[in-house]
Ligand binder design. Structure first.
Ligand code: DON
Length: 309
């Protein structure tokens, strides 16, 4: 197959086909503020190594990172505490359970399957929060700012909305504490986790985050190394097996790239050595992954011959 050129014309074509998929889903509503997002929004950005970002759609529109920020928490925790330490608290295996599942934790009372399940991300947050306390959120926001070169803050309304409706995460975290899988003050660990989930970004910011992982840890904006190559490998490896939860297998077949989704409708994808991709479309499938986002990545992967597997 002949590779196409990466240009705005190609992304426009992909957007036209992909955004139709939104009709089959709807924005997340278990965080009430997210349900207010207009479902027809769509943005797609590609940040190639050493090149200008190419993008289309609602690229100025801010959305919250939600679970995509779990890649930041994992990278930060591995950098600061070492992989051996982190993986004492959380596993590195995929799970067939939904992202907020309690079942396995309760059945086994053993560490969460991987750092992208809510339970695993809360465990990673507990490590970071125990070490850095009041400055933990600022440190993670600063890490994302170093990657994208801009500080767009976090969305206080979405954060407060999640905090008010977080019975499920609260149940998970308190259960983990009761069986010795989580240490420290549950409410302040969760406050830190909700702030991370509420980091504001654009599709372009996600593409730059992807470009940082694609390059093995170098900021696409400043050219500075931000994380070790080995840390980037860990995050990208887990994205390829666990990034879309119980939809990771389908994503590997259809898109063939490491990815990480969030319930706001964003998906981050990494083409190792080549580029980062960010896509945003709020209507989700039953597993909490963006329908049009997955379709756009599938088409992009086909047209640019990006498949890694
Ligand atoms: O903890 C939650 O439920 C949300 N803040 C994040 C979940 C999420 O994004 C799952 N991804 N598709």
């Amino acid at each position: 197959m002949q590779d196409c050129a990466l240009d705005k014309g190609l992304l426009d074509e992909i957007m036209d086909v992909a955004r139709v998929m939104s009709a089959d889903g709807k924005p997340a509503d278990y965080i009430p503020e997210l349900a207010l997002t207009p479902p027809e929004l769509f943005a797609l950005s590609c940040a190639p190594a050493g090149g200008e970002t190419v993008e289309t759609g609602d690229t100025e529109r801010f959305f919250t990172m939600q679970s995509i920020s779990k890649t930041l928490a994992l990278a930060f925790a591995v950098e600061h505490f070492g992989a051996a330490n982190v993986f004492r608290h959380v596993g590195m295996e995929p799970s067939a359970d939904s992202f907020n599942s309690l079942m396995r934790i309760e059945m086994t009372s053993s560490k969460p399957s991987n750092p992208f399940m809510n339970a695993g991300a809360i465990a990673a947050c507990s490590l970071i929060h125990t070490a850095y306390r009041e400055s933990s959120a600022e440190r993670l926001f600063g890490f994302f700012t170093e990657i994208t070169g801009r500080d767009d803050g976090f969305d206080e309304k979405v954060c407060a909305s999640e905090k008010r409706s977080a019975d499920r995460n609260r149940a998970l975290a308190y259960f983990m504490k009761s069986v010795g899988l989580l240490h420290g003050d549950v409410e302040s660990i969760l406050d830190f986790y909700f702030k991370l989930c509420s980091i504001r970004c654009t599709s372009g910011g996600l593409a730059q985050l992807g470009a940082m992982f694609a390059s093995g840890g170098v900021s696409p904006v400043s050219g500075r190394r931000l994380i070790k190559r080995e840390t980037a490998h860990i995050v990208v490896g887990l994205m390829s097996t666990c990034g879309l939860y119980n939809g990771s297998g389908e994503f590997a077949v259809r898109v063939g790239l490491p990815g990480k989704s969030g319930v706001s409708g964003g998906i981050l994808a990494v083409v190792p050595g080549r580029m980062g991709i960010g896509v945003f479309s709020p209507a989700l499938d039953a597993k909490g992954n963006s329908l049009a986002g997955m379709k756009a990545l599938e088409l992009l992967s086909d047209r640019l011959n990006l498949r890694g597997f």
